[in-house]
Design a protein around this ligand. Structure first.
Ligand code: TYD
Ligand code: MG
Length: 465
């Protein structure tokens, strides 16, 4: 194949240059020129009009909206984040730190897909076939029929896909794949983008009517590495190209792993799947609430349980706070929660409830390495802080949730009923919740204190202790 011409395109302004330069000639930005394949002479509008056949335009109401068919992977927690299973012609990107379990999870998923009659292909660029076989043996997947290809060259991968036509193909990882058309090194932004674009196009194209009768589109799973600053290596543009983006979270010191859907054209976002890494690979955890609560024999000061809603699933998480006398410039630190929000909550606490932490260090932490981004954690954070400041534990079986506004008001959290029911199911008995979330019918075993303002919440808690 003749080598295609490459140009260097600025990632900021889109300007191009025939050779690499440190500074973009169009916008003067430094270090923004990236290599990409040159488009062949752009046809003018008129040329399009005269030569191309027109494509059929359909009315939206007339198009058959067939629900996408999903193939369950046999890993219930993975299916949950995928929105039910792999979708034909879908492209999934799985990101995560090295060693977190991406390859393990995908090998387990491929094996059960193969056992359920799907044609699978595992393309490995990081490990040799022997290493993959070793891992399969460790996972207890004896006699696995998953096909393995150790290859990193894009054109050969595409040719193999075309010849074998698997239902599901995993590329582990996209950073190791390179195309002959570009001179930049594998893993560079240009290579990653180009290779991902080709693979995406392949997944989308080969299930069409012109691909021959009975042919099925391939579902492609790309494994992506995360850079030091936490972004998927290579450009964020990968996230735009694919249908589903999943991230592995959790620290490698604990055995629990969360898989979170960041984007999903075929399902809900922010859905999480919970796994435990065992000696024999990843096992789904179907009742994860217990993981994020630490086991205290007695109630301790500075701890408040909240119910967060991750995707469709309520999850009980313990929020811990430590308030300690600080130096001249007291510190505010948070792990798993937003730090700016913590500063805001401390101001609200002072102004509206008269609780001052001005000369105190304040640390807050969400137990179990979980990250909470929703504001419904506010009330629990405030209660944990005051509990630590006063050295008084909250009562046993207590939990709280609700957003706190700058005016000191307590705002409702979405889907409050589900949160309350989940907590009741796990044996929690006392709650402080926003007034709008208080249920009309009482929930068995649960005493609910509905509040409208922060000071009211403090009052209720003081009465309970
Ligand atoms: P791996 O899937 O190779 O991570 P990634 O592909 O995301 O880089 O996971 C490797 C880690 O998982 C490694 O530290 C060993 C551990 N592990 C287990 O604890 N149990 C197992 O059964 C397997 C296969 C790996
Ligand atoms: Mg790996």
């Amino acid at each position: 194949m003749a080598k295609e011409k490459t140009v260097f395109v600025c990632s900021d302004c889109g300007g191009s240059s025939p050779k690499w330069l440190g500074k973009c000639p169009s916008c003067n930005a430094w270090n923004t020129l990236l290599e990409s394949v040159a488009e062949t002479a752009a046809p003018t509008k008129n040329r399009f009009a005269s030569l191309a056949r027109t494509s059929a335009v359909a009315t939206l109401g007339d198009i058959d909206a067939v629900d996408t068919e999903r193939t369950p992977t046999g890993q219930e927690e993975l299916d949950r984040v995928l929105g039910g299973g792999m979708v034909e012609g879908g492209v999934v990107l799985i990101g995560g730190d090295p060693g977190i379990g991406k390859s393990t999870l995908l090998l387990q998923a491929l094996d059960s897909l193969q056992r359920s009659g799907q044609n699978t292909l595992y393309i490995t660029g990081e490990e040799s076939g022997a290493q993959v076989a070793l891992r399969a043996r460790r996972l207890g997947l004896n006699n696995s029929q998953v096909k393995v290809l150790a290859e990193i060259q894009l054109e050969r991968i595409l040719a193999t896909l075309d010849a074998t036509r698997p239902d599901i193909a995993v590329i582990d990882s996209i950073q190791t794949v390179y195309s002959d058309q570009l001179t930049s090194a594998p893993g560079s932004v240009a290579q990653v983008r180009e290779c991902a674009a080709h693979l995406t196009r392949y997944a989308k194209a080969n299930g069409r009517a012109d691909a021959g009768a009975g042919s099925r589109a391939t579902c492609i799973v790309l494994v992506g590495h995360v850079t030091k600053d936490g972004a998927l290596a290579g450009p964020r543009v990968l996230e735009h190209m694919v249908d589903t983006v999943l991230y592995f979270e959790g620290d490698t010191h604990s055995s629990f792993r969360l898989v979170r859907a960041i984007k999903n054209r075929f399902g809900a976002v922010n859905e999480i799947g919970v796994f435990a890494m065992t000696e024999k690979g990843l096992k789904g955890v179907s009742n994860p609430s217990a993981i994020f609560l630490s086991q205290h024999a007695q109630a301790v000061p500075g701890s408040c349980v909240m119910v967060t809603l991750e995707g469709t699933r309520p999850l009980l998480v313990e929020i811990q706070a430590l308030v300690d006398s600080g130096g001249p410039s007291p510190r505010r630190l948070s792990v798993g929660l937003d730090r700016d929000r913590l500063a805001m909550l401390l101001a609200v606490l002072h102004r509206h409830a008269g609780v001052a932490c001005m000369d105190q260090d304040v640390f807050v932490n969400a137990v179990g390495g979980v990250r909470i981004s929703e504001p419904a954690a506010d009330l629990a954070v405030l209660l944990a802080i005051t509990s630590s400041l006063r050295g008084k534990p909250l009562p046993k079986g207590f939990f709280a949730f609700g957003e706190v506004g700058l005016a000191g008001e307590v705002r409702p959290a979405p889907r409050g009923q589900e949160r309350l029911k989940e907590a009741a199911k796990l044996g929690f008995s006392v709650a402080v919740v926003p007034k709008a979330n208080a249920p009309k019918k009482s929930i068995e075993g649960l005493t609910i204190h509905a509040v409208e303002r922060v000071e009211q919440a403090m009052e209720v808690v003081r009465g309970l202790a």
